[in-house]
Design a protein around this ligand. Structure first.
Ligand code: ACO
Length: 448
């Protein structure tokens, strides 16, 4: 099999969102903290009728329909999520309902969990399956679904929610350059969910930022050395047309690209021109630790890499800025933004991806884009994603109602014996929603 990768994609995000500018004012944060400081515009959230299960049912149904894929044609289904509902019962088993209906229960795969990295683990599993001797010729399907909610405080504006589905198979318009993967995994307590009675994580925000940047450096070095080994030449940021990062909030993405640029400077890459070289020279002797703490380096490297940021990063920032952190779906929503913005010029281009999940797991890998056959081609994927219309159709909810919803969900989390409002007035047709949870904690959904 050749060119295994992503054949088709679809995204679903709740149509309910809160504006960061309004949230800032509501929270009493200084003006500009969430919008300029974090770089965010809007944040999607699930109301009491939606959750990670309903979103994944919605997005899988939509993908199968829009690309006219027969559910019998799926041989593996992998879910990445860090939003635990039934704990031992995977979200994958929930999605099996769609396949059972057409008589297909012969579907391998379960859930992968490690913070925002689970979707990448699921994706690798599906790609590896298609490339393996146990592949039966059918498609793989990857679902990334998460609802990111934080306790009141500085992390709250970095929430979000979405589900993404990706169809995996050979001769894909978005194929893996599997040789170039660079991975970095270590043990660290930067973000985790030890309190099983709460949906909120315990988070050491500052530590998580440093861990993210250290993981980025390490993955980039490994990615570069693999590239050099197989291609016989040095890799630099000029060898990729776009970089797509896991995006908890946009400011970290800005810092990440500046960090790659600084790496290229330290590696004497010709992409760093003379005037930038002169400005960065003062930082060349910093130790690794010092360099993560240096505000001055952060500022200067962001400034000198700005033109390249605009060209290679900006197109990926649309959905993460508008929706917020979607945990496992975040990096793939950023990727979907590139497809949405650049679909007509992507043929033959390379996109480098950086996936990060606290705890921590991280990998840098790359895609090569090429023409595909309808319906599995880039411009049709852009049509199905339908990003502009989905964003335009959203309902802006006042911060007070957003906070009220989160309070209600704190009580509902892990609860049994309740009915939802079944208010579907804000949902698009075809959206699944939660109806009730019975005395045995069994959940019931319906479709609008
Ligand atoms: N106008 C403009 N900018 C402002 C303003 C203002 N009025 N006020 C603050 N800022 C800037 C700050 O200078 C800072 O930017 P900088 O880092 O470039 O200096 C930024 O806004 C954020 O301000 P901080 O004071 O650093 O924010 P705080 O510590 O309150 O919270 C944090 C930020 C740590 C990211 C928090 O939201 C959090 O914990 N989020 C969850 C963890 C997370 O997402 N980690 C990322 C990797 S792990 C993961 O994906 C879950």
């Amino acid at each position: 099999v050749k060119d295994v990768g992503i054949l088709a994609m679809d995204i679903y995000f709740p149509s309910t969102c809160v504006q960061q500018e309004a949230l800032e004012a509501h929270d009493g944060a200084s003006k500009g903290k969430y919008t300029i400081g974090l770089g965010q515009e809007c944040m999607a959230f699930c109301t009491e009728v939606e959750d990670v299960i309903s979103m994944s049912l919605t997005v899988v149904t939509s993908l199968l329909e829009k690309y006219q894929v027969d559910p019998k044609q799926i041989g593996r289904l992998e879910v990445g999520s860090e939003t635990v509902i039934d704990k031992s019962k995977s979200i994958k088993t929930w999605i099996m309902q769609i396949f059972e209906e057409s008589g297909n229960t012969d579907v391998e795969g379960v859930d992968s969990t490690n913070a925002c990295y689970g979707g990448t683990a699921a994706l690798f599993n599906c790609v590896n399956w298609v490339e393996s001797s146990s592949w039966d010729g059918r498609y793989g399907l990857v679902v990334c679904t998460d609802s990111a909610v934080y306790a009141e405080g500085p992390a709250r504006p970095t929430g979000g929610a979405a589900a993404i589905a990706m169809l995996i198979g050979p001769n894909a318009p978005i194929s893996f350059e599997s040789k170039f993967r660079g991975t970095h995994m270590t043990h660290v307590y930067d973000f985790y969910k030890p309190n099983l009675a709460s949906e909120y994580p315990v988070v050491d925000g500052k530590l998580s930022q440093t861990c993210y940047l250290m993981a980025l450096d390490s993955c980039y070095k490994r990615f570069c050395s693999k590239f050099e080994k197989f291609e016989g030449k040095q890799f630099s940021i000029s060898d990729a047309d776009y970089f797509v990062f896991h995006s908890p909030y946009n400011k970290l993405v800005q810092k990440s690209f500046a960090r790659l640029y600084f790496n290229d400077y330290l590696r004497n890459s010709s992409v760093v021109e003379k005037d930038a070289r002169e400005k960065l020279e003062q930082f060349s002797n910093l130790t690794g630790d010092e360099s993560y703490q240096s505000r001055e380096l952060e500022k200067v490297s962001q400034q000198v890499s700005k033109p390249l940021y605009d060209a290679k990063i900006q197109p990926s920032t649309l959905l993460p800025k508008q929706i917020g952190n979607m945990y496992t779906a975040s990096i793939y929503a950023a990727f979907a933004s590139v497809i949405h913005n650049k679909y007509s010029t992507l043929m033959g281009q390379r996109i480098v991806m950086f996936s990060y999940g606290s705890g921590l797991s991280s990998t840098m890998f790359s895609f090569k884009l090429q023409d595909g056959q309808h319906p599995f081609n880039i411009s049709n994927i852009a049509t199905v994603l339908n990003v502009s219309e989905k964003l335009e159709k959203r309902h802006v909810i006042p911060p007070e109602n957003f906070v009220e919803t989160l309070k209600l969900m704190e009580h509902r989390y892990g609860a049994k014996d309740f009915e939802t409002s079944k208010d579907t007035s804000l949902l698009s047709p075809g959206t699944f929603y939660l109806v009730n949870v019975d005395s045995m904690y069994r959940r019931y959904y319906a479709k609008k």
